[in-house]
Design a protein. Structure first.
Length: 222
């Protein structure tokens, strides 16, 4: 069986855990190589960057990626301020990661989201994944709890991945970010993660699943 090279792109630490961690775990279980690109170290506290919080988030990312068994890169774009960065810099950073990893499958934020950093990450990835001179054959967009469901735009998934067997792992990874998690009924809670997975499962005839919008699928090439 041919192993697939997967690149998952998140704006912040905890975005991938809250969105597609189960799917990435299934890829790894299948023998695929998974690399995660996180564009910001995070750490914004009110109007300044809290360096102690940055170090905590970096530690959280390291622990989560070890749990997943994936390689990863963390960049230093300013938390919640991607809109002050020239778009081409973010485009090129993602293009460089695609070239380095030779990614065939890319997972990234949906554009239908409340968080501006997420939207910019999506837009930059669409530029980087243009279907010319690229290894990327498939592009899928994920939802992030406490960002996607609060948007007035509608997340419209067409791909559902069965994560029943790895849902506990997804919850464990998300809970590593203890400063980012909240008490139920906040969606970014242990219960919120489980309930969304069950709801997407009901939608697709599974016990638990993660859902994705399909941007591009190319099949039948050599």
């Amino acid at each position: 069986m041919v192993n697939i090279k997967v690149l998952a792109i998140g704006a912040h630490g905890d975005d991938l855990e809250l969105s597609c961690f189960g799917t990435l775990a299934k890829h790894i279980q299948s023998g695929d190589s998974v690399h995660c690109l996180i564009l910001s170290r995070g750490g914004l506290s009110r109007d300044h960057t809290d360096l102690s919080l940055v170090q905590e988030i970096l530690g959280n990312i390291k622990q989560s990626m070890k749990l997943l068994g994936a390689t990863y890169t963390v960049l230093d774009f300013p938390d919640q301020q991607f809109d002050v960065v020239p778009q081409i810099k973010i485009n090129k950073a993602i293009e460089a990661e695609i070239k380095k990893t030779q990614a065939e499958v890319v997972y990234v934020h949906t554009k239908n989201c409340l968080n501006r950093d997420h939207i910019i990450t999506h837009d930059a990835t669409m530029v980087a994944c243009r279907p010319v001179n690229t290894t990327v054959k498939e592009v899928y967009c994920f939802e992030v709890l406490s960002a996607t469901e609060w948007s007035v735009d509608v997340f419209d998934p067409r791909l559902f991945i069965d994560i029943t067997s790895v849902l506990p792992l997804k919850v464990e990874a998300s809970m590593i970010y203890c400063n980012e998690m909240r008490e139920y009924p906040h969606s970014r809670s242990k219960e919120g993660i489980e309930y969304l997975a069950r709801a997407r499962g009901i939608q697709s005839g599974l016990e638990a699943s993660e859902a994705f919008e399909v941007i591009r699928m190319i099949r039948g090439t050599k």
